[in-house]
Design a protein. Structure first.
Lengths: 425, 1054
């Protein structure tokens, strides 16, 4: 093997200009920041390539969402490629399910440094450094969105004298939380004789195999919903004497964080705000911002304030107001989820021969008994049957989800039944 | 809460009606149309406002409304006052606190009007109507009773449903429901996105269009470049045309001339210059030859005197000493005069000094500084002694004068003292006299004090004695007054007083009676008065006697005092007399005499004082006189000493003079003049000698000079006669020498000039040769034989050069114009063209270019606009924005749906709980109702219950059989409802103030036994509530009375 040292960046799932999911705040300011976040992350990626003076960049699919006929995303990508060309960085791109070759493509004259892998069969492109082939980059693109066949099968190493990199968008091991596109198995990859499997599709960063071969998902460059918590970025890979070392580099502009705050020990709204702000200081980033989903939980005096007196809305507004989202280091509460309960002795009520006792028994039974649950479910999910207004936009919750809602329903019911008593206290 | 009294101001048939109620059962009895229903309506209206009141306008007058007074369980009263027509009402506590209607409602447990009318205040109609009990509100109350709150499950359900409906309602068309709103937005967004997604396709179309356009633009641009190049070519041809014509003209001209390729450069001007140089050199040679000849002639004509030259030094010396010679000559006269003057002055001085003085002595005389200093010393010493002598003499004079003055003063003072001694009276010891005077003064002082005391005592005694005699006479007067007043006097006084009384009375008898009684009364009065006065006087007299004795004592004491002080006075006088007697031989002295003695003594004392002062001053003066005498003596001794000193000094001086041969009579102060004269004489002697010497030397020098002149001129001169001639001769000699010297230097100059003129002439001749050779060489170079052919050849050569220069210029210009094109081709085209062809071609080309430029501009503009559109498409965020919003709204929809689902589930679970409650825990209400039905039916019916999921009531009889309501008789059914109501009332009372239960003839369908039993149930109800029972049936009243046995029952007859 040729022992010339080289560096490359492995990125995937840029999803340029794709919307964020599970976000319901109407603030135009924050929407604009989130809309631009994928671009900021992309800029960070390009800057990294230039600053680290890498030899090439491989992208394992999903640069943009073709379904959105997105010109802006493609154009910005083009601009990034131009910058890399000016800095002598080559780029190898395999398209994935979101940017498959069958989809819309804006007419753009791509710079010479960019190579898009075709969709027929894996292509092999040699990479020269100082006149010598130091690496061979293999890759294949999706011809359509719905690729269910194994694309890895056709990947073949032609020469063991060079460092072989495979770039492909695939679901290794058929993960259930991701669409099962171009599925393959780890064992298969291990056997193929490649040095580095540059994968895309899974948004969570993961090293499937640490060495010989390295099999890695860099994850997406910018998280786009609350499920995608934690750091997001790319892999900076260095090859010397055929040995591979890699480092995860952050690119995201905004990070999603789930925050939990108990109200049990708190007596007043001020105390609650103070406790939350304390948490904020811990998670406040140096650069970019944090989008936080704030869960309030526990049984306490504040539950009633929050649910009945509308303090939840005031609190949310207050927490948002004090943040300057135009600057680095903001923490923006995306939504406030109430999982709190009344400070009551449930056991005492359960034993009472009162309607409250009966209600608590019913609630308990609903969670346990399938019969009760089905009965409740039937009437509760009526709303989703309205196709025009609801059904066509959203799907009904899973049973599991519904059960967690049931607990909320229990609190709501309790509150109504005990309202007078609560008012009196 | 119980009803205490009501006042109906105006309501239906009632006006100004007052009714009182008791806490127990109140039976309101009245026949039909007595106003029972009106009263019932009045009560309902008073609790819940106007609604029911409209039917009952005040028919018998009064304001529409009234007052009810209630009392709560704590005994606190509350007044409700309403005026239905004015829509005014007031709820007021006994203490005056006004409460709001809702506060009042809360006090009585928030019963709604429906609840009140169905449960608390009902007639036969309500009782018999099953619906009234099945009303949601009422049934909800039954179950929510277990909640321990006033809120019903029904209202809770209502609230939840309200929230759900605000989110979503199946088939609902209202746009304000959250889900509907979100769905609408989503629909709009969908629509927008659809149209925005078209844009990317347009982008690609535009891109294709752009590519095509760019290709055309490129083609056109290339074409434009070519055209421009061609135009430039033709333009340059046109521009070069003129030059082309010229080139051809000069080429022809050159061909017509003889070919002279070489000619010396600048040949003509070189020839000219050589020729002029030749001329110049020839001229120069001529001039130089003539000047050489002139110099030779000048040399020959020079003549020089050799004698003068040989004696040159002597002549120069004579010239130099001529001034000195003349000066000596003139100075001789002056010197001789000075010599004579000096001699005569010297003679005078010697004469003045004396016969002994001649020049030799003068020569020897010593007038050195030492001598003058010695003489000065003598002079000073003489002067000093003289001055001291004079000073001492003047001091002695002053002292003698003072001595005499002192002497006179002493004499004066002694005379004064003698006079004072004579004036002394007693001539005693002054100390003794002073002591006597002091003692006398003391005694006089004591005497004065005693005398003053005596005077006071005498004055006191005088006053006391007068007092004493006054008191004495007072005491004697008392006696007289005490005896003077008697009964008769009193009687008389009374009678006189009584007469007018008698005269004034009308009746004699009465007059007399009055008279006597007047007398009696008067006498008695006078006597009583007298007695009182006498007693008073007696008391006074006693006091005065005591006082008298006291005064007598004081007088005595004072008299003793006076005597004592008179004795003291006599002793003082004796002492004074003794003292006076010491100085004055007399036995007795009057006060005046003693004073006289004292005055004289005092005078003596003052005289003595003055004498002692004079004594002091005398002794002082004598002391001073002695001092003066001693001083005078001392000074006179000093003068003697000075005289001796002066004499010895004079001796020394005379010795000094004789030692110097000077006359004895000379005094040091006169010695200065002699010395001065000697000094002067010495100076003159010296002057005379030096003058003699100078005259001799000058005469010698004059003679020598005259001899030298004679030598040179050969003539003899006498001095001083020929002095002027000598001067003239010397000047002549000097002139001759100057002339000869000038001639010598001129000759030398001419010789040098002649040499240089010769050399310069030779140089010029060389130059001439060189120039002639150069001219010959030039001709050879030009290929000419002589000057004429040289000039001809030069003319031809010049023309050729001009033509070929012009040719080159035009060719160069043409080349410059044709730059960028191949010159050969260029020239070829020129040679083949003419001007018209060229111009036509150019115009055609310009036309083509203009057309092309226009097309290019249009296409570029188009390209710009396409690029702008493409760029805006690339940067368009609208689609991303909409997609983002779509997600946001979907999330909102999810949240809304979730909220709806949560509430739906809560509602469902509450309903399930209610069912469970109904099923598993018969509410207390039904239990109580069962108790009441059992009582009313005497156990025939045991239980009332409401089956799960049905809003109906069932009865279970004593045999366990369930009966539906339809199976019951009307009476029994009514009894069931009655029981239910009583149970509700009871339940309600547990949670709030109990309200009065008002029934309007509800027992009419009951048999007598059941009425009795129902009355017992009412009695039961009285434990918690007040009851008002309206009826028109006497038998019912009677049954109640029987059951209650007059206890807690009150019948009101309307």
């Amino acid at each position: 093997m040729v022992d010339i040292k080289f560096k490359f960046v492995h990125a995937a799932d840029l999803h340029l200009d794709s919307p964020f999911y599970g976000f319901s705040a109407e603030s135009e300011k924050i929407q604009k920041i989130l809309r631009d976040a994928t671009f900021v992350a992309f800029d960070n990626l390009i800057n990294l390539c230039i600053e680290e003076d890498v030899d090439f960049l491989v992208i394992a699919g999903d640069i943009y969402d073709e379904a959105n006929n997105n010109i802006r995303g493609q154009y910005k990508f083009y601009e990034g490629m131009k910058r890399l060309e000016q800095n002598g960085v080559k780029v190898f791109v395999s398209h994935g399910n979101h940017d498959h070759l069958g989809g819309y493509r804006a007419t753009i004259k791509w710079p010479e440094n960019v190579h898009f892998f075709s969709c027929e069969k894996p292509q092999e492109i040699p990479f020269y450094k100082n006149g010598t082939v130091v690496a061979s980059i293999h890759g294949v693109s999706y011809p359509k969105r719905d690729v269910r066949e194994n694309l890895v099968c056709d990947f073949k190493v032609t020469s063991q004298d060079t460092y072989n990199i495979a770039v492909v968008h695939t679901n290794v091991g058929g993960r259930s939380d991701y669409e099962n596109y171009a599925p393959c198995k780890k064992e298969e990859l291990l056997k193929k004789g490649f040095d580095y499997w540059a994968l895309g599709h899974v948004h969570k960063h993961e090293i499937i195999n640490p060495a010989k071969p390295v099999i890695a998902y860099p994850g997406n460059t910018q998280a786009r919903n609350i499920k995608e918590t934690g750091s997001k970025g790319v892999l900076l890979v260095e090859v010397e004497d055929g040995n591979t070392s890699y480092e995860f580099k952050e690119t995201q502009y905004v990070t999603w964080i789930e925050l939990k705050q108990s109200i049990t020990e708190l007596q007043s709204g001020e105390e609650l705000i103070e406790a939350i702000l304390k948490k904020f200081t811990k998670i406040r980033p140096q650069k970019g911002g944090v989008i936080a989903r704030l869960y309030l939980e526990g049984r306490g005096e504040l539950h009633y304030e929050l649910t009945k007196k509308g303090f939840d809305k005031v609190l949310l507004e207050l927490l948002r107001e004090q943040e300057e989202v135009e600057r680095d280091g903001f923490v923006w509460v995306e939504s406030l989820i109430l999982q709190t309960g009344l400070r009551i002795d449930k056991a005492k009520y359960l034993q009472e021969a009162s309607i409250v006792g009966d209600f608590l028994q019913v609630a308990g039974k609903t969670l346990q008994s399938e019969e009760f649950f089905e009965k409740i479910k039937k009437s509760a999910l009526q709303i989703y049957e309205d196709v025009n207004k609801v059904g066509r936009y959203i799907s009904p919750p899973s049973d599991e989800e519904l059960k967690s809602w049931l607990q909320e329903a229990e609190e709501v019911g309790l509150q109504y039944l005990l309202e007078d008593e609560l008012d009196a206290t | 809460m119980q009803l205490k009294n009501i006042f109906i101001d105006g309501f239906g048939i009632f006006s100004n009606k007052k009714l009182d109620f008791i806490a127990g059962l109140n039976i309101v009895f009245g026949n039909n149309e007595a106003g029972k229903t009106t009263l019932l309506s009045f009560l309902r209206s008073m609790f819940f406002g106007k609604k029911g009141a409209e039917k009952y306008p005040p028919l018998s007058g009064g304001n529409h409304g009234g007052i009810i007074i209630m009392e709560d369980s704590r005994g606190e009263e509350i007044k409700i006052e309403r005026d239905f027509s004015a829509r005014r009402y007031i709820f007021q506590k006994a203490n005056g606190t006004v409460v709001t209607e809702s506060e009042f409602s809360k006090m009585i447990g928030n019963p709604t009007e429906t609840l009140f009318n169905n449960v608390f205040c009902f007639g036969l109609d309500e009782l018999a109507d099953f619906k009234t009990l099945c009303d949601e509100e009422v049934s909800g109350r039954i179950y929510s009773a277990g909640l321990g709150s006033t809120k019903s499950l029904v209202s809770i359900n209502g609230e939840i449903e309200k929230i759900m409906e605000s989110i979503y309602k199946k088939g609902g068309r209202k746009d304000d429901r959250e889900v509907k709103r979100i769905a609408n937005t989503l629909q709009e967004l969908e629509f927008k996105i659809k149209s925005l997604k078209e844009i990317p396709h347009k982008y690609n179309e535009l891109k294709a269009e752009l590519a095509e356009l760019e290709e055309q633009l490129q083609n056109d641009e290339e074409k434009q470049v070519e055209l421009k190049k061609e135009i430039a070519f033709y333009e340059s041809l046109l521009k070069g045309w003129e030059h082309w014509l010229k080139i051809r003209e000069y080429e022809e001209k050159l061909n017509s001339l003889e070919k002279i390729e070489n000619f010396p450069p600048n040949g003509l001007s070189i020839l000219e210059s050589l020729k002029s140089q030749l001329k110049e050199v020839e001229l120069e040679i001529e001039v130089k030859e003539s000047s050489f000849r002139q110099i030779a002639r000048d040399l020959e004509s020079l003549a020089i005197d050799n004698f003068i030259l040989e004696n040159r030094t002597d002549i120069e010396n004579l010239k130099d000493n001529l001034a000195l010679f003349n000066e000596n000559r003139q100075h001789m006269e002056q010197l001789k005069r000075e010599f004579e003057t000096t001699c005569s002055k010297l003679k005078d001085i010697l004469h003045n000094l004396g016969s002994t003085w001649d020049e030799k002595k003068l020569q020897r005389a010593d007038v050195s500084l030492q001598t003058t200093a010695e003489i000065e010393n003598y002079r000073k010493r003489f002067e000093d002694i003289g001055w001291q002598k004079r000073t001492l003499q003047s001091t002695i004079y002053d002292l003698k004068k003072e001595k005499n003055e002192l002497h006179e003063e002493i004499q004066k003072k002694t005379a004064e003292k003698d006079k004072l001694i004579k004036s002394l009276v007693f001539k005693g010891n002054p100390e003794e006299i002073k002591d006597t005077i002091y003692r006398m003064e003391n005694l006089f002082e004591s005497k004065k004090l005693v005398q003053l005391k005596n005077e006071n005592l005498e004055q006191n005694l005088k006053i006391l004695r007068k007092q004493f005699s006054e008191y004495e006479s007072d005491v004697n007067n008392f006696k007289f007054f005490g005896k003077g007043v008697k009964i008769s006097t009193a009687l008389l006084f009374a009678t006189i007083f009584s007469i007018p009384i008698y005269l004034l009375s009308n009746n004699v008898f009465y007059g007399i009676l009055a008279f006597f009684s007047g007398v009696l009364f008067g006498t008695a009065t006078v006597l009583i008065i007298e007695k009182i006065i006498t007693n008073q006087f007696r008391k006074d007299k006693k006091e005065k006697l005591v006082r008298l004795a006291e005064i007598k004592d004081i007088i005595y004491t004072n008299e003793i005092e006076l005597e004592k002080s008179n004795k003291e006075l006599a002793a003082i006088d004796e002492k004074l007399g003794k003292l006076a007697g010491l100085f004055f031989q007399k036995k007795e002295f009057s006060d005046e005499e003693i004073y006289e003695v004292k005055r004289k003594l005092e005078k003596d004392i003052s005289t003595e004082t003055r004498i002692s002062i004079i004594d002091d001053s005398l002794s002082h003066l004598e002391k001073r006189l002695t001092t003066k005498k001693r001083e005078i003596k001392e000074l006179e001794e000093k003068i003697e000493l000075l005289k001796k000193e002066s004499y010895s000094l004079m001796q020394k001086w005379q010795d000094y003079l004789s030692a110097r041969g000077l006359p004895d009579e000379l005094l040091p102060e006169n010695m200065g003049n002699v010395i001065e004269a000697v000094k002067k004489g010495k100076d003159l002697l010296e002057d005379k000698n030096s003058l003699e010497k100078e005259i001799a030397s000058r005469e010698n020098s004059i003679k020598k000079y005259a001899c030298k002149v004679s030598e040179l001129t050969g003539r003899e001169y006498k001095i001083p006669e020929d002095a002027e001639q000598i001067t003239t001769e010397v000047r002549n000699l000097q002139d001759k020498l100057l002339e000869t010297t000038e001639l010598v230097s001129k000759k030398e100059q001419l010789l040098a000039k002649k040499q240089s003129a010769w050399q310069s002439l030779e140089k010029e001749k060389e130059k001439l040769k060189k120039i002639n050779k150069e001219i010959r060489d030039l001709f050879i170079l030009a290929g000419a034989e002589n000057e004429e052919s040289f000039l001809q050849r030069f003319e031809i050569y010049k023309k050729r050069q001009l033509f070929s220069d012009n040719l080159a210029t035009h060719t160069a210009n043409l080349k410059a114009i044709s730059q960028g094109f191949e010159f050969k081709l260029y020239k070829k085209i020129l040679s083949e063209s003419n001007l018209t062809i060229l111009k036509d071609k150019l115009e055609k080309l310009h036309g083509e270019l203009r057309g092309l430029a226009k097309r290019l501009a249009e296409n570029r503009e188009l390209k710009g606009s396409i690029i702008t559109r493409l760029e805006s498409m690339c940067n368009d965020e609208k689609l991303a924005e909409c997609l983002f919003k779509q997600n946001i709204y979907q999330e909102k929809l999810k949240n809304a749906a979730k909220k709806w689902v949560v509430h739906a589930m809560a509602k469902e679970m509450i309903n399930l709980a209610k069912e469970k409650y109904e099923r598993e825990r018969q509410p207390a209400v039904l239990k109580n109702a069962s108790r009441y039905i059992k009582l009313i039916t005497d156990g025939k019916y045991q239980k009332i219950f409401s089956p799960y999921g049905e809003h109906v009531l069932r009865l279970e009889n004593n045999r366990g059989k369930t009966c539906e309501l339809s199976q019951l008789s009307r009476g029994t059914a009514e009894q069931l409802y009655m029981s239910m109501r009583y149970a509700l009332v009871e339940e309600f009372a547990k949670r709030a103030e109990s309200l009065p239960v008002i029934m309007d003839d509800t027992f009419v369908n009951f048999d007598e036994i059941r009425i009795k039993r129902t009355a017992q149930a009412v009695h039961e109800l009285l434990k918690t509530n007040q009851v008002l029972f309206f009826t028109c049936h006497r038998h019912i009243v009677k049954i109640f009375k029987d059951v209650f046995q007059q206890e807690r029952i009150h019948v009101i007859n309307l």
